[in-house]
Ligand binder design. Structure first.
Ligand SMILES: *[C@@H]1O[C@H](CO)[C@@H](O)[C@H](O)[C@H]1NC(C)=O
Ligand SMILES: *[C@@H]1O[C@H](CO)[C@@H](O)[C@H](O)[C@H]1NC(C)=O
Ligand SMILES: *[C@@H]1O[C@H](CO)[C@@H](O)[C@H](O)[C@H]1NC(C)=O
Ligand SMILES: *[C@@H]1O[C@H](CO)[C@@H](O)[C@H](O)[C@H]1NC(C)=O
Length: 375
């Protein structure tokens, strides 16, 4: 009897306990789920923002939901809405008419890709941008840049160093990018190149006096930064350092050496893929692209590389730069080969086709955009 009572009593207690546990778990679940539903709503809104075609009105409505900048920065479209792009500029410099046309082509690409940042062109103060006073090629191109591609024109004194030879010496002028102190950040791009995609996102990197890609075609151990593409924070202090470094530079030291001396050990290293591709890359054997690809495992796919690349620099020695007239035999001798396809007698000429198109597209754009004198 005693034993029975104890058993039924403990059975009753156990049932109450079970019920209590279920109730508590239920309450906890409800409490826990509340923030999750908020998060889920935010996630759905974010999803809509990255696919604006789904529901265009979703973006403005969603703004108050966002509580801090982390969320804003993680969302490309909101960044577009909140960033003051006038603080940033693509800077080009031109010292001769051929390079002026190259710069105009870069600005045309920026316009085509709908880049948001300012566009600045540094040009010799001896040129005139006034079409009513001069009908020179330079004047016409300066006017095109200003009127059709919203380029801000800035006359400058070309920087030269007496000891250096003239082609390289004017490369020092690119260091005037540091003097554009009305901007928080400027992006210098060498103009003997194709710009395939906007690079506006680079302006939003964490602060650093310099960001540049590695000269990937050189030995990685030497850690050489390329000066073809430089993201710079202009400042009087840094400008003076750069000018001083130029003055004391040795006979064979040019802009690349100067920036490596000053910033090589402390800068943001941009991925050369997709920010800094050389046209000559297409001439290497399919098995010989590890330096660009970043690994020897990845299979080379020239078309994929072209599609992802944002900037391509013409570098194909002994083939001259693409605006210089050249006999077709020189191109034919130096173009990429048609490679043997693995396990078949077929040839793969896709790299050759891509490379040939680089040169023919450049010539076509030059003629279409720069016009008379650049056929
Ligand atoms: C901003 O929001 C993120 C994600 O919700 C959070 O992790 C972070 O702590 C927040 N930062 C501030 C400063 O409130
Ligand atoms: C974050 O947002 C606040 C308010 O809009 C703004 O004042 C602040 O500058 C922002 N910070 C960053 C790092 O963007
Ligand atoms: C430059 O871009 C603007 C804005 O997209 C466009 O209206 C204009 O026609 C473009 N200029 C040229 C010359 O294509
Ligand atoms: C640097 O910029 C300042 C202010 O715009 C200008 O007065 C000066 O001439 C520039 N220096 C050079 C070397 O171009």
């Amino acid at each position: 009897m005693d034993a029975f009572n104890i058993r039924s009593l403990s059975g009753l207690k156990l049932r109450t306990l079970k019920l209590a546990v279920v109730v508590i778990v239920l309450i906890c679940t409800i409490l826990l789920l509340r923030p999750f539903t908020e998060t889920a709503q935010t996630a759905i809104l974010c999803l809509k923002q990255s696919h604006p075609d789904l529901e265009p009105e979703a973006v403005p409505k969603a703004v108050p939901v966002l509580k801090n900048n982390t969320t804003v920065l993680a969302n490309p479209q909101l960044v577009q809405m909140t960033v003051d792009w006038r603080k940033f500029a693509y800077v080009q410099y031109a010292t001769v008419p051929d390079y002026l046309c190259n710069s105009v082509l870069i600005f045309a690409s920026l316009n085509e890709t709908d880049s948001k940042a300012d566009r600045v062109l540094l040009y010799p103060q001896t040129w005139s941008a006034d079409v009513s006073r001069s009908n020179s090629v330079e004047t016409r191109l300066l006017a095109i840049a200003r009127d059709e591609y919203r380029v801000i024109l800035k006359p400058i004194k070309v920087q030269r160093k007496n000891s250096a030879d003239s082609t390289w010496a004017e490369g020092y002028t690119k260091l005037l990018a540091w003097n554009q102190t009305e901007y928080e950040r400027v992006l210098h791009l060498d103009s003997d190149a194709n710009l395939m995609q906007s690079m506006d996102e680079l302006f939003l990197l964490p602060p650093s006096p310099m960001a540049a890609a590695r000269a990937y075609w050189l030995d990685a151990k030497d850690r050489v930064r390329s000066s073809q593409l430089m993201l710079i924070q202009p400042s009087e202090f840094e400008f003076n350092r750069v000018m001083k470094a130029i003055d004391t530079a040795g006979k064979n030291e040019y802009d690349m050496e100067v920036i490596n001396t000053l910033y090589g050990d402390s800068c943001i290293v941009l991925p050369h893929r997709p920010y800094n591709l050389l046209s000559g890359e297409f001439k290497s054997k399919p098995s010989n692209h590890a330096k660009y690809l970043g690994s020897s495992e990845e299979v080379w796919d020239g078309e994929k590389i072209m599609n992802e690349a944002k900037y391509l620099h013409f570098s194909d020695w002994p083939v001259p730069k693409p605006w210089i007239r050249v006999q077709d035999s020189i191109l034919a001798e130096n173009q990429p080969k048609c490679w043997e396809k693995e396990g078949s007698s077929d040839k793969d000429c896709s790299d050759q086709k891509i490379w040939r198109n680089l040169y023919s597209d450049f010539a076509r754009r030059r003629k279409d955009i720069c016009g008379l004198g650049y056929q």
